[in-house]
Write a protein that binds this ligand. Structure first.
Ligand code: UN1
Length: 506
């Protein structure tokens, strides 16, 4: 199966991870192995780019920008439409590669490619809607308006957990906005990135557009190089808060723009009026789906004390019914974590949880089989436990209880991260309070559905240590363009704004 998939996606045993208008045959970085996290087996090897290779890619992107920005946006949209069609054609194979390299179950691997397709469709429509405002001028015979122009090459640093969808959030927008892209994928998932690059090259190269989308699989030094590179007016980075802080600092030093989507520590409040059946199903997907490796994964369940025992009993029972298995097998709901080091982080967290007084209600152990599997875990936690303020990228769910909604909201907001949030309630007042300015402090707030699995139509991102960036839908495109305010005088006098007089006899 693997060999034929490899062939169809034009991957080899050893692959170049660098494309800058053409594949660089011998990039100078180290050679890494891409592993199947479900078995620990090597899928293929990838040659990483070094600093000089990055330089070639960045130079090439800048050259591509000169032509790309001149193409009318709807024509750029047409290219994105063709990329979307290409992804539709290869959805099954690419989805399977996501499953094999990132360990996502089959339907999530396919869902990820669907997210890319959705993004392309969205961007095609957007290519005819990059609207600027016309504003009433205070001066007679003047027109005041704003327009949006392409920004330049955009650096896109992505994480292993959404190895292709997050690239698409950025790339589809960047393309219609007139910006080339340099993609630095996670070192844990370089093959999916190479496969995507091969697919988009089929669209770009025959049309003389090679270099509009580029790839530089590389280590973190090259990530820093990108952050420092004045040729990239925007660097979009997804990953840990530590990584984001470092990127933000370097980009800010050169007064560039960064778009950050960093750690989440998402909570869900289950109120007294909640529909518990609905809540239960949502909690299971949000806490266990993707093996707890989404930025939007539910990590903190804040339950009204009247339901705590019942909900915990039902949840622990449901956790026993979760089918753990190879992610490509039908019926599997829980696949592996991404790596051995992820398993280590999980086991370390379990030790810390116990030291801090948390009670492990189910799970808590590594699963004894090949690959990087851990048990989905529920912990009865206390608000004072330090660890609940941190994001452990694994299926660990903390359960806390509350009496008054204000207390629940304070508990909910009492963490450094602010990505996604949810409340289960059948009371209108509780829902509105959660959505009010004194409710959830997150970038995403849901009522009667879990915190994960956002659609692309909305802007995606969060506050506080999540980094403040917004990607994907709504008006997130504005970050990828520069705004120009224009005033045009069609009269024969020169009135000054604010009524200022400056009459010199001429
Ligand atoms: C992420 O984990 O970085 O909302 C992105 C979701 C997905 C995207 C998650 N659509 O869960």
């Amino acid at each position: 199966m693997w060999q034929s998939l490899l062939g169809r996606l034009r991957l080899r045993d050893i692959n170049s991870g660098v494309y800058g208008g053409r594949w660089l045959d011998r990039p100078s970085g180290e050679t890494i192995e891409s592993l199947n996290p479900a078995t620990g087996e090597v899928l293929a090897r990838v040659l990483l780019g070094g600093e000089n290779d990055y330089d070639v890619v960045a130079g090439n992107s800048l050259a591509a920008f000169a032509a790309w920005r001149k193409m009318p946006p709807p024509q750029r949209g047409e290219i994105v439409r063709l990329i979307g069609e290409q992804l539709r054609k290869h959805k099954d194979d690419l989805g399977m590669l996501v499953t094999l390299e990132a360990g996502k179950i089959r339907s999530e691997g396919l869902g990820e490619v669907q997210e890319m397709i959705d993004m392309c469709d969205f961007a095609v429509g957007l290519s005819r809607q990059l609207y600027g405002l016309t504003i009433a001028s205070e001066r007679p015979e003047h027109r005041l308006f704003e327009q949006w122009h392409p920004l330049g090459p955009v650096g896109v640093i992505t994480a292993f957990n959404f190895p292709v969808a997050v690239w698409a959030w950025n790339a589809a927008l960047a393309l219609v906005c007139g910006d080339p892209v340099i993609w630095k994928p996670s070192q844990l998932t370089p093959l999916t990135a190479i496969a995507v690059q091969q697919l988009v090259n089929d669209i770009l190269e025959p049309r003389g557009l090679a270099g509009v989308l580029n790839l530089c699989a590389a280590d973190r030094d090259v990530g820093e190089q990108m952050a420092a590179d004045g040729r990239l007016p925007l660097v979009s980075a997804t990953g840990s808060t530590a990584m984001g802080k470092s990127v933000a600092k370097t980009v800010a030093e050169r007064l560039g723009r960064s778009l950050l989507e960093l750690g989440g520590n998402n909570g869900c409040i289950v109120t007294e009026s909640a529909d518990l059946d609905l809540a239960l199903r949502a909690i299971l997907f949000a806490a266990v789906g993707t093996a707890g490796q989404r930025c939007t994964t539910l990590r903190r369940l804040i339950v009204h004390e009247s339901h705590a025992e019942q909900l915990v009993t039902r949840l622990t029972k449901a956790y026993q019914n979760i089918t753990v298995g190879l992610p490509w097998e039908e019926g599997t709901l829980l696949g592996p974590l991404i790596s051995e080091s992820a398993v280590k982080q999980y086991t370390t967290a379990i030790t810390t949880i116990k030291q801090q007084g948390g009670e492990v209600l189910c799970g808590g152990k590594q699963i004894d089989r090949a690959g990087y599997y851990v048990q989905p875990t529920i912990v009865r936690a206390k608000p004072a436990m330090e660890i609940i303020k941190h994001e452990t990228f694994a299926p660990i769910l903390y359960v806390l209880t509350y009496r008054e909604l204000e207390e629940a909201i304070a508990l909910h907001n009492g963490v450094p991260q602010g990505l996604s949030s949810a409340i289960f309630t059948d009371r209108f007042r509780e829902a509105e309070q959660f959505l009010s300015p004194w409710g959830s402090d997150c970038g995403i707030a849901n009522v009667n559905l879990g915190p994960s699995g956002a659609e692309i139509g909305g802007a995606f991102g969060g506050e506080k240590e999540t980094g403040g960036g917004r990607e994907a839908g709504s008006d997130a495109w504005k970050t990828y363009m520069r705004r120009q305010t224009c005033t045009l005088n069609f009269g024969k006098t020169l009135p000054l704004a604010q009524g200022v007089k400056f009459d010199v006899g001429v």
